[in-house]
Design a protein around this ligand. Structure first.
Ligand code: GCV
Length: 658
């Protein structure tokens, strides 16, 4: 037996062996166009590897074809079933062939069960986009990838587009196999150099787009609102100025002349120092609608971010509440955005904390198209040094029912039409730094197709694809280590939804008061008596009033506010008794001891499967778990000590607090 060389780049969820069931059969692909061509090439490759026959002259075991009834050309839907002794993928249009193909791959042998009942697959979110925060030039503070924990950019290296885009093609293939259909290539903080991607460096975007195209993935660009000024063409970027409007329209026409299937713009305006319409006394609707007008002839959207708040606030002023900001800015503009504007809303009202309530903006704008934005890159959830499987959190967001009625039909969920997620991949050999963080990337597309899918089932699916020959013990261990890891992370970090307490700037590790007296609006207000932010209508900032009933009442009242969000909504004494029956202070001690202890167990569990996993994967995860363990203990000790010193209340169980 020849030894297979360790691949330079990890195969993630597409190691060759997952194509075995399909590649050992007779497979025919009918259909025209580049996507059908991609599927044919995939099939040919799999059959060459596993002894099957691609495009056989005899009846196939698997037929992938566009259904005779033929839906819209761009439709990605398909039917999977069994007809006349063969498994069939009947795609609505050519765009459905690729997702249909990967559905068969995912199922392996089960896809060829003659008893396979007809299943209709259609994506819930038409646009499922990964937003890369990649810079072209290495930023002096933020580096090549802002909040990137997986090495450098897949696209750019120190100011230049990479010569070899093979990895981008492999990335496109991985994303297509998970269900993602778009990528924004650059950071929403568009610095001067990156502004040129829109014009004189557009060729680089075109090169990336043609690499993604074969896998049905469209490329979007984050643009600088002040581009007409920065590029030196105009003295103003006023969105109501006719010359500015013409500039955007002409520039956008050139983008589409170069990249006919260009996906659209993404804009961070009047946020954290980025330029925007406020400079000219205009509204966000004025700004977004100007870009929408330029994109409309090309039938493309502008995604306009709702992450707008005052980052220069005075901590002494208890009336200003950052959580309120997005709703205060945008809800009054409902109905004033053009049809091709998509308002992109972070899933929580603050900033991707491990626990936040769902943003009320997602339920306040029935006349605006919305995108919900998740953060796959683990800025506040362990920076890909910690195992933190995030889909259970996302699933809660996507399944949140504003009516509060758990039995309500899907229409009761968030009205968002787009799922966007800040990417966590880079040029690291394992794509995501921490090999187990690949599961978070994988899950975005899967939830984008079916937001109601069980996160634990997605995890098992990812395990099967990524570790296809894993013995049951390894499968079980992976599941045990990962499922629940978000709750473990929550246990040893900031308590009960209060958020932050991270080291300022890089946001890794504990610093309870790190942001307490800063202008960023992220406070916990701990004193000797109690902790938490009073966001009630009755006595606080009134944030609870931004929710529709019944949530505004549930969050407003101490007796109905869920424990895990208590300190997000209320300031309470340390002796306040939670619904769980324990006091706030004892809960803090208990969860911090338990969280750090759980990480020690995860470490031991992982150690026990050495020898069952690719040694390089095992070594990388081992190294990261060691750091997670150190960090969890650091969190435990700082948080427990801080609150012990503040409150003077001892741990009822007498454990060591420093
Ligand atoms: C891209 C947070 C992050 C920033 C990020 C910003 C945003 O503030 O720390 O790095 O900027 O969110 O989402 O725009």
């Amino acid at each position: 037996m020849t030894e297979t060389p360790v691949p330079e780049i990890h195969a993630a969820w597409l190691p060759p062996v997952v194509f075995r069931a399909l590649g050992s059969r007779r497979v025919r692909v009918d259909g025209e166009g580049p996507l059908a061509g991609t599927v044919r090439a995939e099939v040919a490759d799999a059959c060459a590897r596993f002894g099957g026959v691609a495009q056989p002259s005899s009846p196939p075991d698997l037929l992938l074809t566009v259904a005779a009834s033929g839906g819209a050309a761009g439709s990605e839907g398909f039917l999977l079933g069994h007809r006349d002794g063969a498994t069939v993928v009947l795609a609505d249009g050519p765009a459905g062939l690729l997702p249909g193909f990967f559905e068969v791959v995912r199922r392996g042998e089960a896809a060829f069960d003659p008893g396979l009942a007809d299943e209709r697959h259609e994506p819930h979110f038409g646009l499922r986009v990964l937003d890369h925060w990649d810079n072209v030039f290495v930023h002096p503070v933020m580096g090549q990838v802002e909040r990137g924990y997986a090495g450098g950019s897949l696209f750019w290296h120190q100011g230049r587009l990479r010569d070899d885009l093979t990895r981008v093609r492999d990335y496109a293939r991985l994303l297509a196999a998970s269900g993602v259909n778009a990528v924004t290539v650059n950071n929403v903080n568009v610095h001067e150099g990156e502004t040129h991607l829109l014009t004189d460096r557009l060729g680089e975007v075109a090169a990336i787009a043609s690499t993604f195209r074969g896998y049905g993935i469209r490329v979007h660009l984050a643009i600088n609102f002040a581009a007409p000024v920065i590029l030196g063409d105009l003295p103003t970027a006023d969105p109501l100025d006719p010359a500015v409007r013409r500039w955007w329209s002409d520039t956008t026409d050139r983008v589409f002349a170069t990249i006919p299937d260009f996906g659209g713009y993404l804009v961070k305006a009047d946020s954290e120092g980025q330029p925007g319409p406020f400079t000219y006394g205009r509204t966000h609707a004025d700004g977004a609608n100007m870009l929408a007008a330029a994109l409309a002839p090309h039938d493309a959207p502008v995604r306009w971010r709702a992450f707008v708040y005052n980052h220069r606030q005075d901590w002494r002023d208890r009336t200003t509440d950052r959580a309120r900001a997005a709703h205060d800015h945008f809800a009054p503009l409902d109905g004033r955005f053009a049809g091709n504007v998509i308002l992109q809303v972070k899933h929580g009202p603050m900033d991707f904390q491990p626990r936040e309530p769902v943003s009320p903006v997602l339920f306040a704008m029935p006349n605006t198209r919305l995108a919900v934005e998740l953060q796959v890159t683990q800025e506040y959830t362990g920076q890909q040094k910690h195992v933190c499987y995030l889909p259970p959190m996302w699933s809660g967001v996507l399944g949140f029912r504003p009516t509060g009625d758990a039995s309500a039909a899907d229409s009761g969920r968030t009205s968002a039409v787009v799922l966007s997620a800040v990417a966590n991949a880079g040029d690291d050999r394992f794509w995501t730094g921490h090999p187990l963080a690949q599961a978070n990337l994988y899950a975005v597309g899967r939830l984008g197709w079916a937001p109601g899918r069980d996160p634990a089932a997605i995890l098992d699916e990812w395990i099967s694809l990524t570790f296809p020959d894993a013995p049951p013990r390894l499968r079980r261990t992976l599941h045990t280590v990962m499922d629940g890891s978000w709750l473990t992370y929550e246990q040893y970090t900031a308590p009960l939804g209060v958020g932050f307490m991270v080291r300022p700037g890089h946001h890794y590790g504990p610093d309870v008061d790190g942001y307490e007296y800063t202008p960023w609006g992220t406070y916990h207000f701990a004193d000797r008596d109690g902790i938490g932010v009073d966001r009630t209508v009755a006595t606080g900032t009134g944030f609870t009033g931004q929710y529709p009933p019944p949530w505004r009442d549930r969050y407003e009242s101490l007796s109905t506010c869920p424990d895990e969000l208590l300190l997000f909504f209320h300031h309470v004494p340390y002796t306040h008794v939670l619904q769980s029956g324990t006091t706030v202070i004892q809960h803090i001690y208990d969860t911090h001891f338990a969280g750090a202890q759980r990480v020690a167990e995860m470490r031991a569990q992982w150690r026990s499967v050495a020898g069952l996993v690719d040694p390089a994967v095992h070594a990388r995860v081992t190294e990261r778990l060691a750091e997670q363990h150190r960090s969890a203990e650091e969190w435990r000790d700082q948080i427990n000590t801080y609150f012990h010193r503040k409150s003077g209340i001892p741990d009822a169980k007498g454990r060591p607090i420093h």
